[in-house]
Design a protein around this ligand. Sequence first.
Ligand SMILES: Cc1ncc(COP(=O)(O)O)c(C=O)c1O
Length: 447
Amino acid sequence: MTSTPELPLRKEFLLPINGEVGANRLWNESDKPCTYLCGNSLGLMSKRSKELVEEEMSVWATRGVIGHFDHPQKRGWVGLADHARSYLAEIVGANENEVACMGTLTANLHLMMDSFYKPTSERYKILCEAKAFPSDQYAFTSQAQAHGLDPAEAVLELHPRPGEFCLREEDILQVIEQEGPSIAVVIFSGVQYYTGQWFPMHSITQKAEEQGCICGWDLAHAVGNVPLSLHEWHVDFAVWCTYKYLNSGPGGIAGLYVHEKWNDSLKPKYAGWWGHDPSTRFAMPPKFSPIEGAGGFQQSNPSILAIASLLGSLETFKRAGMMAPLRKRSIVLTNFLEKLLFQSKHFVSLKDISTNYQEGQGKPGFTIITPHDSKDRGAQLSLLFLPLGTGVMQKIFESLQSHGVVADERQPDVIRLAPVHLYNNEADCETAAKFLDIAFDKFAVSI
Ligand SMILES: Cc1ncc(COP(=O)(O)O)c(C=O)c1O
């Protein structure tokens, strides 16, 4: 077993216990930590997050409104979003004035699309991956409709080649080159939520720029997972949530990035007081004077409890040395999990699917649809259960859960497993692989 670089941060997180996550087959280990491989959906709570939220609750209880400016820990609420922003800027590879800690992912996506998607009769298409996360699909469709366009024509979805699950870089670049003059915005997810593919963000952004298209990214599954250099890559805009790899808690506050090359020409269309120059914000002048850069897009005063929760995790990232060492550890962990899965007698290689699994035939098994090369993926591996559409996935998922393996199901046939750099370890990978085999063995007996 290759050991992962030393990052003893697991103890800084609160790990759910078997007895609370449906592990009914582990009744004698019900108070032991479960095998949590679902940080791609909802990251775990850091102890520091809990501490910070409790501190803010206490400041609220003891000081009330005074906490905005006079805070016992010098974390006055008026400036707390900016505090989080500096960590976020480091994580996404941007300057601080290019980032805002605000809102929610889909709302931020609409704000950015409204600012950057300016269709003309020649250049009106939105290029994205097929089967983008549904909220993104709805956003793109409704953005096209808001401009009086037919989404069937305006939203150009890229499909993988027949028999493949991921998009090839050369195919994406070729479409941008061919369709460039008609594309207004190229927008992909950094890491695809279903397949776990990490798109070649730099080359897509470069190609889009060459063709005069705006390039934006949904970083929901990329932020805190893979290293990013948004500024250097010349990305125009990006949005993300923080409740996955950034561990801010369910529905946590989100993030937004706008490249500073836009500072002079792009001003926030929908102004709010939190986007106003902080030096005069509380003088309440009648005229909006936006903060330069991403900060100007803020509208409301943000939820302090949500930021406190995020900050706790970001401080833990900082203690870990941020993305470089974390990515190193992530690669080792995911490669290790993949190696264990390859060794399973139920593993089927992708090339054998078409011959062995025609029309619901073939014995129960699984393959991995996430790219094999770590440069093309983050932490997540997406397992596709076979034969397709026969309910194998559901049975395996239930069995995993009954053994305390918390994974993420995507109907009809996929389970996603994500060993997270900060709190997962090799033992988690071994436990998941072991119970996956046990689930198949039980399943084989029951059919
Ligand atoms: C890729 C992607 N985009 C958008 C969303 C929607 O996020 P929200 O509900 O925070 O707007 C999600 C949620 O998981 C997601 O994974």
